[in-house]
Design a protein around this ligand. Sequence first.
Ligand code: NDP
Length: 372
Amino acid sequence: MKSRRDFLHKVSAAAAALPFVPSLALADQKEGKEESYQGPVLRVAICGLGSYGTRVADAMQACTRAKLVGAISGTPSKLKEWQSKYGIPEKNCYNYENFDNIRNNPDIDAVYVITPNALHKPQAIRVAKAGKHVISEKPMALNAAEGQEMVDACKKANVKLLVGYRMHLEPKTLEIIRLRKAGEFGKTPFFQGLCGFKIGDPTQWRLDKKLAGGGSLMDIGIYAVNGSRYMLGEEPTWVTAQEVKTDPVKFKEGVDETITFQLGFPSGAVASCLSTYSMNNLDRFFLNGDKGFAEMWPSTGYGPIKAHTNKGEIEYPHVTHQTVQMDEMSDIILKGKKVEVPLDGEEGVKDLKIMDAIVEATKTGKKIPIKL
Ligand code: NDP
């Protein structure tokens, strides 16, 4: 059996070659909490105790720098369940009507909004007005104008706003970015992002325009939008896009089933991407350069992420993304830490501007300029 010392040696050797990786978090989670951590801890309430909220809550049990301390829900039975499962005190539990009172609760620093997309903006703004830091799930809002309102509200309230972009902190992703920056792939004129899955239950909120704000692009295609930017290391200046709908009953007006889109970048690089709700096996990033390439497949799922370059496999121990994310977000919020691929509200707005342009391109058939 491997000892903790062996493991830490392996991790720190990897982390030394990998300046972007949140090394402490890597070590923490494989072997339990870092007992020696004495610094500030971000005390978080989760708003929306659904499937992803529960995944985050479970992952937070292994955090050292963030702690789940509160819950906001429209379902009283879930609040009871979370109180006993996660040791959340009754005084830190709220519903959607009374959670503005969180302003009077000195034991909560931040609220992580994990509700359907359309609720992110109004709930985030209420959290900001209550004087608490905001973490919003992706997409942060239904369009760039709404996203900007959130950014402005958080600035006005002097609280931080972060978006739950867990891949921005994922070690293999960061290693590929490091290699690209170090020139390992030479010039990188092409990125391909394929993101999709076959969606089930036609009555779920993800297929309801009012709650989802769209279809696959808002939910899963956002990873390709976002990945194009951090993999190529440039901001796009134009987009073209095409929508295909094979099932107009399931995918109603304004809810896209499949969108292909192409982004153009100042260097001449292009990204060619697919976002869909009607095919499985699509979770792949490919970055091609004139000296080498990187492929990730799976690229954005919960992991283990698999990545290799023209020189071989990228090997790091699997980390629970949400544990790393919450520990790193604690450092960003409480210690002002700067991370390699930012995940603040302004970044979220940039993605929404690109998605607004993609939707416009599908409607008009035109090449739409993008200004970020
Ligand atoms: P779920 O449907 O599983 O959960 C959403 C929860 O929001 C519900 O359980 C409910 O919690 C609350 N809610 C409040 N109002 C409504 C409403 N009108 N309809 C439905 N639910 C409502 O969704 P997910 O957890 O899968 O997704 C939530 C958010 O997280 C989305 O924005 C999604 O994009 C994002 N997400 C992000 C992922 C990532 O990897 N970063 C992965 C999966 C999702 P309660 O009963 O407590 O009120």
